[in-house]
Each structure stands twice: as structure tokens, then as C-alpha cells.
Design a protein around this ligand. Sequence first.
Ligand SMILES: [Zn+2]
Length: 94
Amino acid sequence: METRLIRHVTLRRRRTLKISISRTLDINAVELVSPAWCGECGSEVPMIPPEVAALIESLPLLQIYKGIGTGKLHSAEQTSGSVLVCLNSIALNR
Ligand SMILES: [Zn+2]
């Protein structure tokens, strides 16, 4: 009798572990993508702000900047001083 009770508790724990959290991002992707020159690709490519890259890749923003620093992620500095990340390089690093 006691053993059955323990099994029941174990099953309940397993159920709890299967619960996952999902979130929906309300982003108009078209507005965030800017065509810009990527020196590494040697052409004009779609680029996004580092913050958006972090959201899309589910990575900390610092990780995106590290990728830019090491050259894994291509980037382009805009005349405004902001930095954009090349979507091609994001796809290559998946
Ligand atoms: Zn590129």
C-alpha cells in the first residue's frame, strides 16, 4: 500500500517537469530588418539590431556583442553610431 503511494508521488513529479513555458514576441520583423552593406559578405544584406538578434537567438545580449567582437557575427556601424548584425552570419552560426 505504501509503495503505491510513493509511485503515485513519483508520477506527479514527472508531470510537473514536463511543464514548459512559452512566450510570444509581438515583433514586426519587417520594420526591424534594414538592408545594409556587410563587409564580410561583400554585399548588401538584411541586418538587425543586436537586441533583436539576442531575442531571435534566445541568447543574452552580451553573447551577441561577443560574437561581433570575435568576428563570428558580421556587423556594420551606421552613421547614427548604432550597430547592426548581419542575418547571414547569424544563420551561419546556428
Ligand atoms: Zn555578413
